[in-house]
Design a binder for this molecule. Sequence first.
Ligand code: DC
Length: 205
Amino acid sequence: METAPFTVAIDGPAAAGKGTLSRAVAAQFGFGHLDTGLLYRAVGAQVLSGRDAVEAARSLDREALEDPALRTAEVAQAASKVAVIADVRAALLDFQRAFARRAGGAVLDGRDIGTVICPQAEVKLFVTASAEVRAGRRLAELQARGDTTDFETVLADVKARDARDSDRAEAPLRPADTAHVLDTSDMTIEDAVARAVGLVEAARS
Ligand code: DC
């Protein structure tokens, strides 16, 4: 039997650990997971190939989200740039809201899930960590994939995206009023997952 919709909104800055937390929460409760950053990355990647951002957002195809090339730092910056465009955000809204209310529960992670996409989400988390900690984690991920970038470059990248994501007029990055703020700077991933799972369990009972 399929259970009723239940939405977990997980927001936060780049490389705060939203993806790891979201996947763990989704696996724990059998919920679907949507990494909404991939939507903006897919649009950003198409802009890098010369397409119009709004057109790309309006005709986005789910298969484009599977492309491993969306994980590069270049695409991340392009995503952060297209994400300031109101018509791009509007074109991606319905898909995200429909996913959030799917039967059986959903976890969405991004920047504006608790504030704009799903203000009625049953659980809202704002996951953060210092820019240095986030850059260190991102560097380890990139190096594991064979990238030879250095800490200073990754830190500058994280800070540039923080500024663009937080200072934009449309759906800026900020915690929803009712979000639980989780600073993972000094937490292990296991601790962070346990906190998130506990919050979801409490909201479901
Ligand atoms: O989560 P990410 O690093 O994959 O996101 C890439 C960019 O997409 C991010 O810098 C800003 C944008 N984004 C957004 O504006 N809103 C979201 N819900 C998710 C991502």
